[in-house]
Design a protein around this ligand. Sequence first.
Ligand code: TGC
Ligand code: FAD
Length: 390
Amino acid sequence: ADLFEAPDYYHLDDLLSDEHKLVRSACREWVKREVSPVIEDFAQRAEFPEKLLGGLAEIGAFGPYIPEAYGGAGLDQISYGLIMQEIERGDSGIRSTASVQSSLVMYPIWKYGTEAQKKKYLPGLAEGKLMGCFGLTEPDHGSNPGGMTTTFRDMGDHLLLNGAKMWISNAPFADLAIVWAKNEEGRVYGLIAERGMEGFTTPETHNKWSLRASATGELIFDNVKVPKENLLPEKSGLGAPLGCLDSARYGIAWGAIGAAMDCYDTALRYARERIQFGKPIAATQLQQKKLAEMITEITKAQLLTWRLGVLRNEDRATSAQISMAKRNNVEMALRIAREARQVLGAMGITGEYSIMRHMMNLESVITYEGTHDIHLLITGADITGFGAFK
Ligand code: TGC
Ligand code: FAD
């Protein structure tokens, strides 16, 4: 009873292997023990709980699917998804840190880096001893990253990096940043910028009402000399950062289910115990409608996401399929958070319960990694053959 209830209305556990269930329960126990008791306090103070980094590394949240030879956990895509689900049951901001480290920092080094870069960075990143961030978004280029104005020039013995990135998760404390910038020909490449390089600063973004337990900041590059060996050489073009986003968006699709489950579980328990007009509010048709719709939507999202995981394990999932799941699941979670908040009445607005925090967090999740609109346009382009972005 101390563990979270994990709604499994369609016996989806039958589709999971013993390893999947083992990975999930290790994460679930860790979140219950280490995250839930402290997270509200960190969120209220708008502080990132750095003390959780060691535990995140231990549960395999940093590079779940990166091969063990590079320090990763060597797990499949379903295990990766389940880890994200359990962490986000605790808090979307903590899941963000894990998403960024795994899919936006380790993934590009693993896929686009040299053997020397992989050996140098991946083991430390997997252990959480090195933390990374991912700089794609700029002040004037969010949904349209192809318009980026951050550039690097080949100076012979080094690369000269100039520009600015904004809204970057983990930036204030990261040891390194994967920065996307254009060369003299306008071709996009990833570079590894390291804290301490002259001209590289990471001012923190304050006053967020969402993702308060996650540190967000800018990356400013003022004539930063980056060694040539820090360029990720194996893939260039906008497809390189977008390939990383596929992996992160897939994880977010699972993560959103975790947030939704926590809201549903909290609302269900509360509704069964809260007495008004002489009976539990769970015995009223209006509250049952809310709860019944929540479990229906969670179940649909679980099926969609599990199937997507199978496709990813077989290397068959398309970017558009990933967009559909990210878009569907985050909106589903946000709607459930709003309804669940109302089930708790006034109690729902307090930090005694997790729902309002999830709701505020999900306002970022529905915007980052491609907005709700952009994912709809990706589906629209995929099914009609007409891109409607421009
Ligand atoms: P478009 O012309 O469509 O594509 C340019 C090139 O990229 C290829 N491509 C992809 N490759 C791999 N994976 C994908 N998902 C891809 N989508 C497109 C494409 O084939 C093309 O290749 P090539 O070789 O022909 O050049 O590009 P576009 O400029 O029209 O833009 C398309 C659009 C709008 C879909 C895209 O730019 C987009 O997804 N925008 C949203 C931006 C975004 O998601 N930003 C996220 C920043 S990171 C973040 O938010 C982290 S949050 C922290 C956390 O995760 O917790
Ligand atoms: P805009 O692109 O300006 O969009 C504004 C509105 O216009 C949106 O509603 C959008 O859907 C709509 N819109 C845009 N284009 C179109 C169109 N063609 N047709 C119709 N409507 C359109 N980025 C990183 O690179 N790394 C990170 O680690 C990172 N972390 C983040 C953390 C947080 C807490 C937040 C909030 C954001 C983070 N981001 C990060 C940035 C995020 O990816 C962007 O905010 C997102 O891609 C949207 O860009 P924008 O905010 O500039 O909005």
